[in-house]
Design a protein around this ligand. Sequence first.
Ligand code: MD3
Ligand code: FE
Length: 207
Amino acid sequence: MTPAERGLAPGLRYFPDRFDRAAQEVLVAAIRAVVAEAPLFMPRMPKTGKPMSVRMTNCGSLGWVTDKDGGYRYQPTHPETGRPWPAIPDPLLALWDAVSGYDKPPEACLVNFYDPDAKMGLHQDRDENEFAAPVVSVSLGDQCLFRVGGVSRSDPTRSFRLSSGDVFVFGGESRLIFHGVDRIYPGTSTLLKNGGRINLTLRRVNP
Ligand code: MD3
Ligand code: FE
């Protein structure tokens, strides 16, 4: 069932298998090059310093980071190397142009890497200064159980499986919905040599 068929909020668009296998392999190679330049780091929750189970890096002029003392934020440099983030790979810029409906390019591409036991709790993405731009998400590797709700935490949620190559666009009334990743299904893709899942999210931070 598609998100629309499940009655999901307007503004959410789903492009199953937007990237075919060959295009997924090109993306993975590009992301490996990003990770070589900007190593995955372990994000920590504000105040408690509790590590998240997802490892992260970024490309683009800004990257999303979080640590105990600084909290959630976007910054132009890697938190450990201090170097600028690498450029966003061309196929992702082309995807943004094709599906975002927004006239300026994305500033940030957050790269989330999930081991088989990683997950991400229900949350909103609200660290950006521009909510008129959508968030565009690309899934690569193992399938996951993705959950989306409404704009209030207490709104009912629905779950569905995301597969490698799938693209979601969260715009309009869906831009501030709660969402999370409840589990990874190990061994459901041969794309990544050592398994796991990569999620890429393209974001416009400033209007
Ligand atoms: C709905 N990532 O990085 S992607 C995140 O699969 C994040 O790694 C998840 O949530 C992942 O913040 C989910 C789907 C997604 C991303 C951003 C959204 C859904 C969204 C922003 C607004 C609404
Ligand atoms: Fe999110």
